[in-house]
Design a protein around this ligand. Structure first.
Ligand code: ATP
Ligand code: MG
Length: 397
């Protein structure tokens, strides 16, 4: 049993001592058995109801009490403890309208999406495997629990999760599961874009994005995603790129924008349709222009400065995939040799210009500061007070 679990064993034991059952479940069990990933969030499932869980521990947080989830704080760790539940009434191909708490682990495992995600681990190391998930793990297969069509009707997001895991784990889809996705892909239209967004990004950040993307296109899932209706061939081109992994979400979207031939405005529009944060919209929109300059080998100091290091590294990730990147060391050296990295590093400020260069407060002051900033970044002017004041006086004439 990996260390992440051993630390949580006292939690399980406390629940058992109170007379309930408790197991490790979900992605952490899968990843621990695969042994190829850093385990993150160890989830615990229990027959105890939320109020019963809270009665056992001194420090708990009501994380998602209506879904049965209580966070238990132990030492410096936080563990999500969720009551066994079924999700019986799915009215509209989305999340269930309510969950029913149950006392049986079997019922809880049945409502999980894929066999490899439906394993439970007891604190003594025994594995509960009702659906042959261990065999599928060994063979690298993503197989729906139960009848795939039915499971995708209950929650259509599971189809996106399937292709996401295909890429993330470098697994294959079990043929009936894949056929059901192709058949039911239209149900994805019922799912909130934010949830699709999350899975799509994980797919593109995964180790086998080529395989995940191919399924995404071949099953027509892409048809139900914002802005992708006629982009099948473009998305497949991404599958043909070298399989170097992307590490930043904004690189994912930059690559998409590039392959779809979008300019900054169209990119911003696409990202808004995908319900992205303002920060993502702005960064990727700007990075589209920057990528074009990278590819044309036309990068100025001002471009480096305006982008900031993280955007540069993102653009470089994508340029590298497209066969035109630099090593990140080269890029970081170029960036660190900039005279300044922020306008606050300029050797004069507005007050200095007013008091010592005779500039009047107002719009002109801003213009002059911006020009000084530009000239310093472009190494046309030294960043010392005397030079900057002299240059400011010059600009006044
Ligand atoms: P990750 O490593 O990305 O966290 P995960 O398998 O832990 O992968 P989560 O979204 O954290 O995925 O979900 C935890 C578990 O809850 C899953 O392993 C699965 O058993 C179950 N689950 C999550 N989403 C669904 C869903 N839409 N339908 C059925 N079961 C689900
Ligand atoms: Mg998880």
């Amino acid at each position: 049993i990996p260390e992440e679990f051993t630390e949580a064993i006292p939690i399980i034991q406390a629940i058992e001592q109170a007379g309930y059952a408790a197991y490790f479940v979900g992605g952490s069990v899968r990843d621990a058995i695969l042994g190829n990933k850093k385990i993150h969030d160890v989830d615990i499932a229990t027959s105890a109801y939320p109020a019963e869980v809270k009665a056992i521990f001194r420090r708990t947080i009501d994380t998602g009490i209506q879904h049965g989830t209580v966070t238990v704080m132990e030492k410096d760790n936080a563990y999500e403890v969720t009551t066994f539940r079924t999700e019986s009434t799915y009215q509209d191909f989305r999340r269930p309208d309510h969950v029913t708490f149950v006392r049986s682990l079997d019922e809880d495992l049945k409502r999980r999406d894929f066999t490899i995600n439906a394993l439970a681990l007891r604190h003594d190391g025994t594995i509960i495997d009702l659906f042959d998930g261990l065999t599928d793990l060994k063979h690298g297969l993503i197989r729906a629990v139960g009848i795939p069509e039915e499971r995708f009707h209950e929650d259509a997001l599971r189809m996106m999760r399937a292709v996401r895991f295909q890429s993330q784990l470098n697994f294959e889809l079990e043929p009936l599961t894949e056929a059901a996705i192709a058949k039911e892909h239209g149900l994805l239209a019922k799912i909130a874009v934010e949830r699709i967004h999350e899975e799509f990004v994980k797919l593109l950040l995964g180790q086998n994005r080529a395989a995940g993307l191919k399924t995404f296109v071949e099953t027509d899932l892409y048809q139900k995603c914002p802005g992708f209706r006629s982009a099948g061939a473009n998305l497949l081109r991404i599958a043909d790129l070298p399989d170097q992994r992307l590490v930043r979400e904004k690189s994912v979207w930059l690559l998409i924008a590039y392959e779809l031939g979008l300019d900054t405005t169209a990119t911003r529009h696409l990202l808004r349709q995908w319900k992205s944060s303002n920060e993502l919209v702005n960064n990727v929109g700007n990075n589209v222009t920057l990528l074009a300059k990278f590819l044309a080998d036309h990068i100025t100091n001002w471009d480096l400065y305006a982008a900031g290091l993280d955007n540069l590294l993102s653009v470089n990730e994508v340029a590298t995939l497209l066969g035109a990147g630099q090593t990140s060391a080269t890029l970081m050296t170029a960036y660190s040799s900039l005279a300044i990295h922020d306008k606050h590093e300029l050797a004069v400020n507005g007050a200095n210009l007013i008091q010592q260069a005779g500039v009047k407060p107002g719009p002109l002051l801003g213009d002059i500061l911006a020009k000084l900033e530009q000239q310093v970044v472009e190494n046309q002017l030294a960043n010392d007070k005397a030079s900057l004041l002299a240059a400011a006086k010059e600009l006044l004439n």
